[in-house]
Write a protein that binds this ligand. Structure first.
Ligand code: ARG
Length: 470
C-alpha cells in the first residue's frame, strides 16, 4: 500500500518511534467491517446531497466492499505508518480508485468516524451478548424441570438459613442476568446514536444530511452537539460497566458452584468434560473453568477501571487518549463472551447430588424461622417467639436432634398453648410448604415463575429470530 505524503504543514517525515507508539491499527482493525459500513453510508449520503455523483458513490461503495473482502480473507497488509484501520481503508481506496477515493472524507473527520464505527461495533456485540445471556437463562430454567422437588439450604453469611427449592436458586440467577440484559438494552439506546457528521469538533460547512446517514445505518437518534460527540466515550464506559456486572454475576455463581462441588458440601457433580485433573494427585476433579470465570472477572473490572481513569482528566473535545478505549472494550467483550460460552454447558450439564443433599438437610435448623412464624400466628409476639425458638434450638442442639424430634412437652414448656399441630411445620419439607409470600420459595410461587420465565425467554427467542431473518 502507498504511504501518503504527509500533509502540507510538515517539513519532515514522522519519527519511526512515534509511528510505533501512536498506532492503533494493531487493535482497531477489528472495526474494519463497521468502518466500511459507515463509509458506504457516508458516500451514499454525499451523492444524495450532490457532493458526489451517483457513479462516484457507487464506485466508492463497490471498492470499499472489495477492501472489506480482502481484509476478511486475510489478504490485506497493515503497516504502522497508516496509524489506524480508518486510514488504512481510506488509503486502500485511494490506491484502488485514485481521485474519486480522495473525496470520501468530505464533511467528516476521523473523530466522528471512530465514534461511529465503535458504536456500530458495540451495537452488534451487545446483541450477541444479549443472546449469550439469554442462553444461560435458558440453561437455568431448564434445570428447574430437571431438579423439580429438590430442596436446598439457603445461606446468609454462608450459614444455613432457610430451606428453598433448587428452582428458586436457579431463578435467582435468571433475575440477576435479566437485570444485566435490561441494563444492556438501556445502554444500547445511547450506543445507538449517530455521531457521524459532527466532523472534528464543530461540525462542517459542507451541506451534509445527517438524518440520511443515520437512517442508512439504522441508528435511532442523532447526536445534537458536535463538541460533545468529539469527546464522548460514555457509551464505551457504560458498555464496560454492563459487561462488568455480567462478569460479577458469573463470578458469584462460579464461586458458589466451586463450593458446592467440594467434598465438604457435596451438593454438585460438575460435568467431567468441563473439569481438569491433577498431574500428581490421581483423584482430583478440579473446577478450573469455574475458577477462571471467577478469576477473569478481575480483568473485566480492571478494564472498567482503566476506562474510568482514561477519561477523567480530559478537556473538551477529542484527545488522543481516547484511542486507548478499544483494548479495554474488546478485552471485556471477549472475556465475558468466552465465560458465557462455558457457563451455559456447565449449568446444563451439572448434576445435583440428591442423596447427599437430602441426608444433610435436617442439619442446621432450617425450619427454625418457620416455627417462629407459626408461634407468631398463634398469638406470640414476634420478639418472644424469636427468643422461645432460640431456646428450643439450644435444647435440640444439646440432644443433637432436629426440632421435629423434640417432645410436645418441650414445646409446651416454651409456650403453654402449643399442641400437636406444631409438628406440622417442622422438617424442611413441611417448612417449604408453609411459605406463601409473593417472591418466596413457596412451591406455587416458584411454579408460576418458572412458567413466566419459559414464556418470556421463548418470546425473546422469537424476537431474536425475527431480527435475524429481517
Ligand atoms: N487512531 C485515532 C483513534 O482511534 C484516530 C483519531 C484521530 N484523530 C485525530 N485527531 N488524531 O482515536
Amino acid at each position: 500500500m502507498t504511504t501518503p505524503a504527509r500533509s502540507g504543514v510538515f517539513d519532515t517525515v514522522t519519527d519511526r518511534r512515534v509511528e510505533e507508539f501512536t498506532e492503533s491499527v494493531s487493535f482497531d482493525r477489528r472495526l474494519y467491517a463497521h468502518d466500511i459500513r459507515g463509509s458506504i453510508a457516508h458516500a451514499e449520503m454525499l451523492a444524495t446531497v450532490g457532493i458526489l455523483t451517483a457513479a462516484e458513490a457507487g464506485l466508492i461503495s463497490q471498492s470499499l466492499r472489495e477492501i472489506g473482502d480482502r481484509i476478511t480473507a486475510g489478504k490485506f497488509v497493515f503497516e504502522n505508518s497508516l496509524e489506524d484501520i480508518h486510514m488504512h481503508i481510506e488509503q486502500a481506496l485511494i490506491d484502488q480508485i485514485g481521485d474519486v477515493g480522495r473525496k470520501l472524507h468530505t464533511g467528516r473527520s476521523r473523530n466522528d468516524q471512530v465514534s461511529t464505527a465503535t458504536r456500530l461495533w458495540i451495537r452488534d456485540a451487545l446483541a450477541r451478548l444479549d443472546q449469550g445471556i439469554a442462553d444461560l437463562q435458558l440453561a437455568f430454567v431448564g434445570r428447574c424441570d430437571h431438579d423439580a422437588g429438590v430442596i436446598l439450604p439457603a445461606y446468609t453469611h454462608l450459614q444455613r438459613a432457610q430451606p428453598v427449592l433448587a428452582s428458586h436458586y436457579w431463578l435467582a440467577y435468571c433475575e440477576k442476568f435479566q437485570r444485566d440484559r435490561d441494563r444492556l438494552t438501556d445502554c444500547q439506546r445511547r450506543v445507538n446514536t449517530c455521531s457521524l457528521g459532527s466532523a472534528a469538533v464543530a461540525g462542517t460547512s459542507i451541506p451534509i444530511d445527517r438524518e440520511d446517514v443515520a437512517r442508512r445505518l439504522e441508528f435511532n437518534s442523532l447526536s445534537r452537539n458536535s463538541l460533545d460527540v468529539s469527546s464522548d466515550r460514555d457509551f464505551v464506559l457504560e458498555t464496560a460497566f454492563v459487561l462488568t456486572m455480567v462478569a460479577e454475576h458469573l463470578s458469584n455463581w462460579a464461586e458458589e458452584w466451586i463450593l458446592w462441588s467440594t467434598v465438604e458440601f457435596d451438593y454438585l457433580a460438575l460435568p467431567h468434560q468441563f473439569c481438569t485433573g491433577s498431574s500428581i494427585m490421581p483423584q482430583k476433579i478440579n473446577p478450573d473453568v469455574l475458577e477462571l470465570i471467577r478469576g477473569k472477572t478481575g480483568r473485566v473490572v480492571g478494564n472498567l477501571q482503566s476506562l474510568l481513569v482514561l477519561v477523567k482528566g480530559l478537556p473538551l473535545a477529542y484527545n488522543r487518549d481516547l484511542q486507548e478505549d478499544k483494548p479495554a472494550l474488546f478485552d471485556s467483550f471477549d472475556t465475558v463472551e468466552s465465560c458465557l460460552q462455558l457457563a451455559v454447558p456447565i449449568v446444563a450439564g451439572a448434576e445435583l447430588k440428591r442423596g447427599s443433599i437430602e441426608t444433610g438437610l435436617e442439619r442446621g435448623y432450617l425450619d427454625a424461622t418457620t416455627l417462629m412464624e407459626y408461634l407468631i400466628q398463634h398469638g406470640v409476639p414476634m420478639r418472644s417467639a424469636h427468643h422461645a425458638v432460640g431456646q428450643l434450638v439450644n435444647k435440640a442442639r444439646q440432644r443433637n436432634v432436629p426440632l421435629g424430634q423434640l417432645g410436645l412437652s418441650d414445646f409446651q414448656e416454651c409456650h403453654a398453648d402449643l399442641d400437636e399441630s406444631v409438628f406440622e411445620v417442622l422438617g424442611v419439607e413441611r417448612a417449604i410448604q408453609s411459605f406463601s409470600s409473593y417472591g418466596s420459595t413457596a412451591p406455587a410461587q416458584v411454579e408460576r415463575q418458572i412458567a413466566d420465565w419459559k414464556r418470556r425467554l421463548a418470546s425473546d427467542m422469537e424476537a431474536a429470530i425475527a431480527v435475524e431473518n429481517r
